[in-house]
Design a protein around this ligand. Structure first.
Ligand code: NAI
Length: 324
């Protein structure tokens, strides 16, 4: 039998953590035949709550769950880790400037990156969910010089899934009919959900909808869906975010022909090298590859560039703050 894969979840006592851990333990993250060992990392004040979740995980008697640890020490949590899901982050609170937000998150993702560098398994894969996810991932990556840079990713799969769902509803087709959806850029309001390469029943999606809907309804609805969920639910997306994290890692490990993920740019499509930006990607042999050769029209160019510019500004800001 395969030896267990160690999966570390930070922010384990939070709402995404609660929606995520049970699905990992049931085998949905890696596959139904892969045993997992869970490590739950929390801040000291939340360790007790995470221990409560660990008790519930025990009570599920999941056949694939071979062990659980709960800790407030990143060096313990990331020791021998194969998959790290960095969910815990410092949220923006009223009156907080961008610099304060980046500073607070630098204090979390810098040390976690270093602990990953020093203790994780050689095949470590990192998905950052905690916002600002792309730049938090960059901060962690820059503190882990011994880990291949490409192992640091950030989540835009929730945006991707939202785009699938919005388009499916508009065209009255099942989501499974839609291929080649793409989210470009930052997991923020500047993200660009691209319908010029998405296909529905072999036709280009952008040609099946009118331009006004695409521009004035589809793009803002996808980009602002997080705020709409908060408005309706009184809390931010949790189960759908956990679901997207599962999709991201499952596809990374098991392969896919086309999805969206934020990965370090190699300069493709004019996106500055090094920033962690969302692209159309395939996964082969456990590695993300940017899908090449797509034609980018002026409408897309403008939006891809704007989101890349925002990521460059975030990178410049964390450099200036000495966080990378
Ligand atoms: P939450 O506030 O319910 O939970 C966050 C947890 O992280 C808390 O239990 C907190 O104690 C913990 N935490 C804080 N600092 C930590 C540290 N240094 N080490 C370990 N744990 C730490 O938040 P929720 O709803 O679970 O969301 C988590 C993050 O995910 C937020 O930053 C949110 O903005 C982000 N998010 C990202 C999405 C995406 O698509 N990329 C979608 C939805 C949420």
């Amino acid at each position: 039998a395969q030896s267990p894969v160690k999966v570390t979840v930070t922010g384990a006592a939070g709402q995404i953590g609660y929606a995520l851990l049970f699905r990992i333990a049931s085998g949905q993250l890696l596959g139904a035949d892969v045993p997992v060992k869970l490590s739950l990392l929390e801040i000291p004040q939340a360790v007790k709550a995470a221990e409560g979740t660990a008790m519930e995980l025990d009570d599920c008697a999941f056949p694939l769950l071979s062990g659980i640890e709960v800790t407030a020490d990143p060096n313990v949590a990331f020791d021998g880790t194969n998959v790290a899901l960095l969910v815990g982050a410092r949220p923006r609170t009223a009156g907080m400037e961008r610099g304060d937000l980046l500073q607070a998150n630098g204090g979390i993702f810098g040390p976690q990156g270093k602990a990953i560098n020093d203790h994780a398994a050689d095949d470590i894969r990192v998905l950052v969910v905690g916002n600002p996810a792309n730049t938090n991932s960059l901060i962690a990556q820059q503190h882990a010089p011994d880990v291949p840079a490409e192992r640091f990713t950030a989540m835009t799969r929730l945006d991707h899934n939202r785009a699938l769902s919005q388009l499916a509803a508009k065209l009255q087709v099942p989501v499974t009919e839609i291929k080649k959806m793409t989210i470009w850029g930052n997991h923020s309001a500047t993200q660009y959900p691209d319908l010029f390469h998405a296909e529905v029943g072999g036709k280009i999606a952008a040609e099946l909808v009118d331009e006004a809907w695409l521009r004035d309804t589809f793009i803002p609805t996808v980009a602002k869906r997080g705020a709409a969920i908060i408005e309706a639910r009184g809390a931010s997306s949790a189960a759908s975010a956990a679901n997207a994290a599962i999709d991201h890692v499952f596809d990374w490990v098991n392969g896919t022909e086309w999805t969206s993920a934020a990965i370090p740019s190699d300069g493709s499509y004019g996106v500055p090298e090094g920033i962690i930006s969302s692209f159309p990607v395939a996964s082969r042999n456990g590695k993300w590859e940017i899908i090449q050769g797509l034609e980018i029209n002026a409408f897309s160019r403008e939006r891809i560039d704007a989101s890349a510019r925002e990521l460059e500004e975030e990178r410049a800001a964390v450099r200036e703050l000495g966080l990378i």
